[in-house]
Design a protein. Structure first.
Length: 484
């Protein structure tokens, strides 16, 4: 399966070789009682190598990874855009990186001011009354928002509101969060234009409706055109409106969920606001709410009293803490830096370029691939590999072939309402040359599908690891490397 030597750090191990030197113990030695079961009797089976060997090992591994800094990464819905390096400088300032969450608030006023200003900026950007920075990711924000909606209904005695409506074009986390928050997720269909079917929405909304969760732009990259009608339908039935704003880079500075009538919105600072992500985090998923929902926010609440920042713990209606301490502070510093660097005009430009780049690419690629929804898109678009499938080349094959061209593939087989889906999000930070090169690669692959399908079916050819046997990989995973 490996096309070349994998770093064999275990095989290079020599007994007694060390790659570190530790300072002499300068504190008194203590004897602690440890239960026998937990006492190690043999040394850990770790490779014994020099510092240089281990350095080369990790550097070699890092080169085999694909990241935004090494190449184009058009992973739809994930917003893999450039992470400005000034964010890293600021996050590493000692006043931000050497503080402890258990310090007394009076000793960390600067950090609290940053959090407060970030909250205020996000309130302006979303048009919401109050924002909490506690949730650690988008899905965590969804769950937090739904728990607040649930607390509000319960406070009003509306225990029968047990259903959350989720369009089939929503992000996959939406129905999952609804279920984890104790609701029943009800699907509403999309119409032939890829938008929420209003007739179907009217059919499912009733006195049991707790909320509608809307991903906007939806996972087809399309802006929902009938939000006002949806808001009226749901609000008149006593339900609340939830806005999944993970992909706010499509509408920044142009439209605000608060103005559209939404009661709750979450953002992904690790997408729109340049927090580095991938590989599972860390993220930050702030949630904004209307004045009506403000009492239910997770506690404590950060407040400014005179000129001092304080935490308010006395919040009887709060859903409680959703995370230890105060959210992923380091990601919040990066988002704050980004917002201050860009300014209001810069943030507007973000959505202009995100939308322009996506539409440019979509119009070039629709010449070679099936495009199920033909109206203009927002920050991303979804192609279908239907045409190529007839030639025996699946979307999965094309995604693998893109690796040979040095690209991270787009999201595939999602959303599920598009056959052989291929979801592309170029993001606003890419130059036109990069977009053109990717379009060329896609065009060559479409041509190969017609003329030389094996080339695509057997890809990738140039990567360290070739085509996996995905069934065996899932059923019998080999999760460790080294001595058996
Ligand atoms: C990424 C994403 C989420 C989930 O965010 P996580 O931080 O991965 O939990 C939710 N909704 C949309 C539209 C997204 O793109």
């Amino acid at each position: 399966m490996f096309n070349e030597d994998f770093p064999v750090i275990f095989e290079r191990s020599q007994p007694g070789r060390v790659g570190y030197s530790l300072p002499e113990l300068d504190v008194p030695e203590v004897d602690i009682e440890i239960e026998d079961a937990y006492v190690r009797t043999e040394d850990a089976d770790l490779p014994e190598v020099s510092e240089l060997q281990i350095m080369r090992h990790y550097t070699a591994l890092s080169k085999r990874n694909h990241g935004v800094d090494s190449g184009f990464y058009p992973l739809g819905s994930c917003t893999m855009k450039y992470n400005p390096k000034i964010n890293e400088d600021v996050a590493r300032m000692p006043g931000f990186s050497h503080i402890h969450p258990l310090q007394q608030p009076e000793t960390v006023q600067g950090a609290l001011e940053l959090m407060y200003d970030l909250q205020s900026s996000l309130e302006i950007i979303t048009g919401m009354h109050t924002v909490t920075l506690q949730p650690a990711a988008g899905a965590h924000g969804e769950w937090t928002g739904l728990m607040m909606i649930r607390a509000l209904h319960e406070k009003n005695g509306d225990y029968h509101r047990t259903k959350v409506i989720v369009p089939d074009s929503a992000h996959g986390t939406n129905p999952a969060s609804a279920t984890v928050a104790g609701f029943e997720a009800i699907t509403v269909k999309s119409n032939e234009r890829g938008l929420v079917d209003l007739e179907d929405l009217r059919r499912v909304v009733d006195e049991h409706t707790a909320a509608l969760m809307l991903t906007n732009p939806n996972t087809l990259g399309l802006f929902e055109e009938h939000i006002q009608e949806m808001a009226t339908i749901v609000h008149e039935a006593g339900g609340k409106l939830y806005y999944d704003g993970a992909n706010l880079n499509a509408i920044l500075g142009y439209a605000r969920p608060g103005d559209m009538g939404f009661d709750v919105v979450h953002l992904n600072l690790h997408k729109t606001f340049t927090g580095p992500h991938g590989g599972g985090g860390p993220g930050s998923g702030p949630v904004g709410v209307t004045e009506e929902l403000e009492p239910f926010l997770p506690k404590p609440i950060l407040k400014k009293e005179e000129n001092v920042y304080v935490f308010e713990e006395d919040r009887p209606d709060s859903i409680g803490r959703v995370k230890p301490y105060f959210g992923n502070f380091g990601i919040n510093v990066r988002a704050y830096t980004y917002i201050r660097t860009m300014g209001p005009e810069g943030l507007r430009q973000v959505s202009e370029y995100a939308v322009l780049n996506a539409n440019y690419m979509m119009r070039e690629l629709e010449k070679h691939f099936d495009l199920p929804f033909t109206q203009h898109c927002k920050h991303e678009f979804v192609l279908s590999g239907k045409k190529q499938k007839k030639l025996g080349v699946r979307t999965l094959d094309m995604a693998k072939r893109l690796l040979d061209f040095g690209y991270h593939p787009p999201t595939i087989y999602f959303p599920i309402n598009v056959e052989e889906a291929l979801m592309v999000e170029p993001t606003e930070t890419e130059a036109k040359e990069t977009l053109d090169e990717f379009i060329d690669a896609m065009r060559s692959i479409a041509k190969e599908a017609e003329e030389n399908p094996e080339m695509v079916q057997e890809a990738p050819h140039t990567t360290v690891v070739s085509r996996m046997d995905e069934t065996t990989a899932a059923r019998k995973p080999v999760l460790r490397h080294g001595k058996k």
